[in-house]
Design a protein around this ligand. Structure first.
Ligand SMILES: [Zn+2]
Ligand SMILES: [Zn+2]
Length: 1017
């Protein structure tokens, strides 16, 4: 007997509560196997990816049914943890919208551990548009005593015939008891039954997989033991009900038959048409085009000031050419894209938003994007050829019905997000959702945990699964673990993609709450790939640190960020010298050691050279990279071709080089990018393209041999060639930074030190470059240091910021800085002032004292003793007379002290703790003395030590035999040691269960003595 399986769960439920490893498609396949006719979206608390469900349903010719197993409480504004489950199905599209709306509301206003709907939301649904069922054993009926008065009766009254009592065939005693209760209700209220499977997997044997998935995550549901959660045929269902012995066969039959109500649901239709939001929906398409033309005219009036007069006509013609593309693609409303983003970007900038002057991808190759303020790159005046059709062409937009796509790179996306919401509406802009899936390594680890393997056993294996695939022990475990690969097990907001829609997203797509209490983001339940497929408008707002650096450095200098034309004129010898000398930390594209080494070899001298460099260092170009970096002369020996490749040192480096060659051979510009893609994918009539090229090229040059040769080069180069507007953009990003570093190093380094405050690796790299500019970092000092790193022009140095120190903060730093001009006769006066006029507490005072912040008043050990005394004797609540007496007493104490520093051991240990690194050095001490900062005892003991003499940190290994003697560890963190002897030994690695020697070596401690044990300071 056929039935509809409407109550089920897939891995989409896992983002609410880990529950299942099967996927929507598994249900579709099973439905076909059983001759069933529908696929329903039900998940816990939401409906999963409804677009994926819809596509699968169409593919398998099943009816798409929209349902959600909600969490339900009486009042969603109460902190009520006792939520129960409640199943609702949409009978039509209207019902689906209402259901999405209350689901979104449950996430926005009803969230308490779970997204919860309540009475108010439930009874806001139109009773004609939905079907409600009582759901599983976690129903309100099974959880609350007032279920008749407060749940069943009101629902029957309101939803009438659209309410069903859901029964399950599980033979678990809990289910059997519950079914008896349901039977009573059925008799009393004549509410019809409906059968549900509550499937969490397809076949009974998959119960094991699900349990292992959960156990691997350390989750156990003991109360579920004995529940079968499969998707069975009806024979099995009848059998199980018989075992339960609660319902008659007739009752079971009617319960199954009642699932046929789904057959009468409306066939919900969802379309894949372009969903371009419009902010001018009342205007006709012609009026919108006119509006855009007016904006472009206004912008051109400003732009032309910077363009030589004789070129004006060219700029106007090129703009018209692009505008023509927009007008010819009015079918997909491209004009709305530009009008909308023009307003968003303008408003975002007004709100203080910083957008890159460059861009990403092909966007800068469209001049209209410059006029509208999306980029500063002028493709018409660019040193390397850029083609507008690379960004957008009529045929591409109309054939693929794709939307234009610009990545907006920002220093901080917040102002642009706000602007988008202001312009389109609060409910019309949301972050997209990113579902996290288990990768091979995590799948393996999860399985190992599930079968109770120990972490040290499988840890090394997990790092190199490919290697162990055929291993006799691990091979089968790896194979078994693959069932978890691709299973969704987390969710996060997409890092940069936003959904924009001119209809309420909470009803059209649904909104879920993602993150934890401290960091909540409301996301549209759609991922970026699905959005592309279904043609929703997606805006990418990326955060780009280089632009944060550029913005903040210019602010520090007190100058506006120059536009690209202005920057071109500012690029002097000093700038290019930085690349040559490898002073490239924090510069875009060349900040890593490997790329820095390459750029010192190549020594770019112009924007186009740096842009070519960016394209050349991509992996695809590897075979020719050395020739390029060494600037060995290179030519294909075909003069016409060399001319076309002039902008990239005769290499066919950019896609635009190939496009130019096709244009040269007679192809219209707007076809060239698509032809390149065809050549790359070897799709379409390749022979026809080739013939057309050969004919065209021969017509221009007369040489058939060269024509074939060039075509071959094009074919080869499509594999690696790079988009030149992207290379040019990131080259300029790099140059903005290099210009600042070369000309305003003090301000530049101050900015990057602040931006990378917590990043010790980056801070170390930055420190290495400071001597190049003769800049020093000064330790924190009273009267000088502020909250953040601050430049001191006179001494060409940078004061460390107080806020970067553990336990200190911006407020205290600023308060202390206000005392900088006060004359103090002694430290006692300073302490009194700080006590009365700042929020600096005892712990913060002690840190500052020990870090020699108050050096002008004495050495730190002595100042610390004075402060101890002060804390004990002086209170600001004392009467004035007492205070004066106590001050005198403290001064008396001070006069008894001699001026002393903390011992090196204590000082070093303390600095490591609060600064993250050690500042002090002791050049007069012997090189063998060191302090143990850390001991890693996981494998062979590994010591991190600090060497007093030169202030460097070092790592030593030590044999277990040497480390533990007579059952006692010989060294502890904080010990001052003398290194007596070290050995160099090869590093080892676990391969195939055996330790093998590597070529690299590491230093081992062979002889060591403890000079001083750590005492508490
Ligand atoms: Zn349930
Ligand atoms: Zn369920």
């Amino acid at each position: 007997m056929r039935y509809n399986c409407y109550h089920k769960h897939t891995h989409y439920s896992n983002i609410i509560t880990p529950d299942s490893i099967v996927k929507p498609i598994d249900y579709a396949k099973r439905a076909i196997e059983l001759g069933h006719t529908s696929l329903c979206t039900t998940e816990h608390g939401y409906a999963g990816n409804i677009f994926e469900y819809y596509d699968i349903a169409k593919e398998y010719n099943l009816k798409f049914v929209f349902g959600i197993e909600y969490y339900y409480v009486n009042d969603r504004f109460e902190k009520d943890k006792s939520n129960s489950h409640l199943m609702i199905l949409a009978k039509n599209k209207n019902g689906m919208k209402q259901m999405l709306k209350i689901m979104s509301e449950a996430n926005k206003t009803g969230f308490y551990y779970k997204p919860r709907i309540d009475k108010q939301l439930l009874f806001s649904l139109d009773p004609r548009d939905v079907v409600v069922t009582s759901t599983c054993v976690i129903s309100y009926i099974n959880k609350h005593d007032d279920y008749e008065e407060n749940f069943v009766k009101p629902i029957v009254d309101y939803f009438g015939g659209n309410f069903y009592l859901e029964i399950h065939d599980n033979t678990h005693p809990m289910q059997v008891e519950y079914n008896k209760k349901i039977l009573e209700l059925h008799k009393k209220y004549h509410i019809p039954f409906i059968h549900a499977t509550d499937s969490h997997y397809i076949y009974p044997e998959q119960d094991k997989d699900r349990t292992e998935f959960l156990n691997g995550k350390n989750i156990y549901y003991p109360e579920e033991e004995g529940f079968i959660l499969d998707y069975p045929d009806s024979d099995a269902i009848f059998e199980r009900y018989e075992k339960q012995g609660v319902f008659t066969k007739e009752q079971v039959k009617s319960a199954l038959k009642n699932t046929w109500i789904i057959d009468d649901f409306e066939d919900i239709h969802m379309d894949k048409e372009v969903k371009m939001p419009s902010i001018y929906s009342s205007l006709s398409i012609e009026e919108k085009h006119k509006k855009l033309r007016n904006i472009l005219n206004e912008q051109w009036k400003k732009e032309r000031e910077e363009v030589p007069k004789k070129l004006h006509k060219k700029y106007i013609d090129e703009t018209k050419f692009e505008l023509d593309i927009i007008e010819k693609t009015s079918e997909v409303s491209t004009v709305d894209y530009f009008l909308l983003n023009y307003e968003i970007i303008k408003r975002g900038k007004e709100k203080g938003g910083i957008l890159t002057r460059t861009g990403r991808g092909s966007a800068p190759s469209f001049y209209i994007n410059k006029l509208l303020g999306f980029t500063e790159i002028d493709r018409i005046g660019s040193p390397i050829p850029l083609y507008p059709t690379r960004f957008m062409s009529v045929s591409r937009i109309l054939e693929s019905r794709s939307l234009p796509d610009i990545d907006f790179n920002t220093a901080d996306p917040a102002p642009f997000i706000e602007a988008s919401k202001e312009i389109l509406g609060e409910d019309n802009v949301y972050y997209m959702t990113a579902f996290g899936t288990m990768q091979a390594s995590e799948a393996f680890r999860n399985y190992c945990r599930a079968i109770n393997l120990k972490m040290d056993e499988y840890n090394e294996i997990g790092k190199n699964l490919d290697y162990y695939k055929n291993d006799s022990k691990w091979g089968s475990i790896i194979k078994e673990s693959e069932k978890f690969i691709g299973v969704i097990d987390s969710v996060s907001p997409h890092p940069c993609a936003f959904l924009l829609l001119d209809k309420p997203i909470s009803e059209e797509v649904g909104v879920i709450r993602v993150g934890n209490d401290k960091n909540v983001t409301y996301c549209a339940v759609i991922d970026s790939g699905t959005s592309d497929k279904w043609k929703f408008l997606k805006n990418d707002l990326l955060t780009v640190t280089v632009w944060d650096i550029i913005d903040k450095t210019f602010k520090l200098i007190g100058k506006p960020i120059p536009n690209i034309r202005q920057l071109d004129k500012l690029l002097d010898e000093k700038v290019w010298k930085l690349y040559e000398d490898g002073i490239t930390a924090t510069l875009n594209q060349v900040g890593q050691e490997a790329t820095s080494n390459m750029v010192t070899k190549y020594k770019p001298q112009s924007v186009s050279e740096l842009s070519a460099f960016v394209a050349a260092i991509r992996p695809g170009f590897a075979s020719m990279l050395q020739t390029f970096l060494n600037r060995e002369s290179f030519s294909y020996g075909i003069p016409e071709f060399d001319e076309l490749l002039k902008s990239s040192d005769n290499f066919c480096l950019y896609q635009e080089n190939a496009m130019a060659t096709l244009i040269y051979a007679g192809f219209p510009e707007d076809e060239t990018y698509d032809i390149l893609k065809q050549i790359a994918k070897k799709k379409g009539d390749m022979q026809k393209i080739k013939d057309r090229f050969i004919t065209g090229f021969v017509a221009k040059t007369g040489s058939e041999k060269n024509a074939y040769k060039v075509y071959q080069i094009l074919e080869d180069s499509v594999r690696y060639s790079f988009n030149s507007s992207h290379s040019l953009s990131v080259a300029y990003d790099s140059l903005y930074g290099a210009f600042l570093k070369a000309n305003y190093p003090l301000e530049y380094f101050t900015t990057v030190l602040n931006i990378y405050e917590g990043n010790t690796d980056m801070t170390a790299k930055i420190h290495h470059e400071l001597p190049y500019f003769g800049i020093k970092i000064l330790p924190i000092k009273f009267r000088m240091s502020q909250a953040h790193y601050t430049p001191d022009k006179q001494s060409n140095s940078i004061y460390k910021g107080l806020a970067s120190i553990k336990y200190l903060n911006v407020q205290v730093a600023e308060e202390l800085y206000t005392l900088k001009d006060n004359p103090y006769i002694d430290f006692v006066e300073v302490m009194v002032d700080i006590e009365h006029n700042t929020s600096c507490n005892a712990r913060q005072m002690e840190i500052l004292i020990k870090l020699n912040f108050f050096e002008e008043f004495g050495k730190n050990r002595t100042l610390h003793l004075i402060y101890e005394k002060f804390k004990e004797r002086y209170k600001k609540t004392h009467k004035e007379k007492t205070r004066l007496e106590r001050i005198a007493e403290i001064r008396e104490f001070v006069s008894s002290l001699s001026d002393e520093s903390l011992p090196p051991q204590d000082q070093v240990f303390f600095e490591k703790d609060v600064l993250g690194y050690v500042e002090s050095k002791y050049p007069m001490l012997d090189d063998a003395y060191a302090l143990i900062l850390d001991i890693d005892k996981k494998y062979t003991p590994k010591l991190t030590v600090y060497k007093f003499k030169d202030g460097t940190e070092k790592v030593f290994k030590i044999s277990k035999k040497e480390f533990i003697k007579d059952g006692e560890e010989q060294l502890i963190i904080g010990d001052v040691i003398k290194v007596l002897k070290t050995d160099m030994k090869p590093r080892k690695k676990l391969v195939d269960g055996k330790w093998i020697d590597l070529e690299e070596t590491e230093e081992w401690l062979a002889g060591v003595s403890v000079v001083k044990r750590k005492n508490n300071i």
